[in-house]
Design a protein. Structure first.
Length: 80
């Protein structure tokens, strides 16, 4: 399963990447919304994990349809 983690905080992104990789997932990280949109348009992700990133509603919608007919589920995670 290929996962895109969208997180602008380097330490948090690395922790998520490492944890998901240890569980057997192939993980890419995007530092911001525009980078995530670009990556999602290039790679068919099975899941997109968005961690408290300021991504406009339009940007989030773009992520959902970036693959045309293939919709990648987006999970929003709030870290406190």
């Amino acid at each position: 399963m290929r996962v895109l983690v969208v997180e602008d905080e380097v330490r948090t992104a690395e922790l998520l990447r490492r944890g998901l990789t240890e569980e057997g997932y192939a993980v890419d990280v995007a530092a911001d919304g525009p980078d995530a949109v670009w990556q999602a348009a290039e790679v068919p992700y099975d899941l997109i994990v968005r961690v408290h990133v300021k991504l406009s509603h339009a940007g989030a919608q773009h992520l959902r349809v970036a693959h045309g007919k293939t919709l990648s589920p987006i999970v929003h995670v709030m870290v406190t």
